[in-house]
Design a binder for this molecule. Structure first.
Ligand code: F6R
Length: 240
C-alpha cells in the first residue's frame, strides 16, 4: 500500500483530488466509486473547483456510491443521495442517468443489490474507488465481524457506527440501523483505490491498516490484498 501523509486536512483533500483528477483526465468516460461521510468533503470541493475552472469535465463520467442507509428515502436530508447531490453532483456536469446510488427504500433489497453489481460490471468496472474508514475499520458499511460479505448486500450497522453517525442526525434513535452497501469483493474489484483518513480518532484503525496483515476485525485491512491502493491521511491519523 502506498501511503501519503499530509500535514493537514486541506493538503489531504488536495492530494486526493489530484489523484481523482488524473484518472478523470486519463479516462474521461471512466467510472468513479464514491463515498460519503465527512472525510471526502474537501476533496469534492476541490473537484468542483477544478470543474469550474475548466480543468475537469464530468459529462461522460459514471458514478457508483458505496452505500445508502436502509430504510431511508432519497430526499431525506440524511440520505447519501442528498449528501452526494449537495457535496458534489450539484456542482459538476455529471449526467443524472450516469449516477448510481442504491435505493434506500427498495422493496426488494436483494434484487436492488444484484442489479447494482450488474450495472457496475456493465459499465466496465470501477476505475477508481474512494473510501473513508470508520473508527472501527469499516469500509462502505462492511462492519467488523467473523465473516464479511463479498457482494453488495443489506447489512446491520454496529452500535459503534450508529453512535459515530448520530452526529449528523437530531438524535441517535433517528439513525437507521441498516444499510445497503457494496461488499468487500465489490470494493476490491475496483482497478484503483484511495482511502482517506484524518484525525486522531482514526489512528488506531489506520495503524492496523498499514501492517501487512488482513483481519475481518478491521475490514479495511483487506485492502492489503489489492495491488493499487493509496492511503492518504493526515499526521494525526498516522501518528496519533
Ligand atoms: C460512507 C462510508 C463510510 C465512511 C466512514 C467514515 O459512504 O461508506 O464507510 O467512509 O464511516 O466516515 P467519516 O468520513 O464521516 O469519518
Amino acid at each position: 500500500m502506498k501511503v501519503i501523509v499530509c500535514n493537514n486536512y486541506d493538503e489531504l483533500s488536495m492530494e486526493a483530488a489530484k489523484i481523482m483528477a488524473a484518472t478523470i483526465k486519463e479516462k474521461p468516460d471512466g467510472v468513479l466509486g464514491l463515498a460519503t461521510g465527512s472525510t471526502p468533503i474537501g476533496m469534492y470541493d476541490n473537484l468542483i473547483e477544478m470543474y469550474k475552472n475548466g480543468e475537469l469535465d464530468f459529462k461522460d463520467i459514471k458514478t457508483f456510491n458505496l452505500d445508502e442507509y436502509y430504510p431511508l428515502s432519497a430526499d431525506n436530508d440524511q440520505s447519501y443521495h442528498y449528501f452526494m447531490n449537495k457535496q458534489l453532483f450539484s456542482g459538476i456536469n455529471v449526467k443524472e442517468e450516469n449516477i448510481h446510488i442504491l435505493d434506500g427504500l427498495s422493496k426488494d433489497p436483494e434484487k436492488e443489490c444484484a442489479d447494482f453489481e450488474k450495472l457496475i460490471d456493465e459499465a466496465g468496472g470501477i476505475d477508481i474507488q474512494v473510501l473513508g474508514i470508520g473508527q472501527n475499520g469499516h469500509i462502505g458499511f462492511n462492519e467488523p465481524d467473523d465473516k464479511l460479505y463479498a457482494n453488495t448486500h443489506l447489512t446491520d450497522l454496529t452500535e459503534n457506527t450508529i453512535k459515530a453517525n448520530s452526529r449528523f442526525f437530531e438524535k441517535e434513535s433517528d439513525v437507521p440501523t441498516k444499510a445497503l452497501t457494496m461488499g468487500m469483493g465489490t470494493i476490491l474489484k475496483a482497478k484503483k483505490i484511495i482511502i482517506l483518513a484524518n484525525g486522531k480518532a482514526k489512528h488506531k484503525v489506520v495503524s492496523e491498516l498499514v501492517q501487512p496483515m488482513i483481519t475481518t476485525n478491521n475490514p479495511a485491512t483487506f485492502l492489503n490484498a489489492h495491488a493499487d491502493v493509496t492511503l492518504i491521511c493526515d499526521k494525526e491519523a498516522f501518528e496519533g
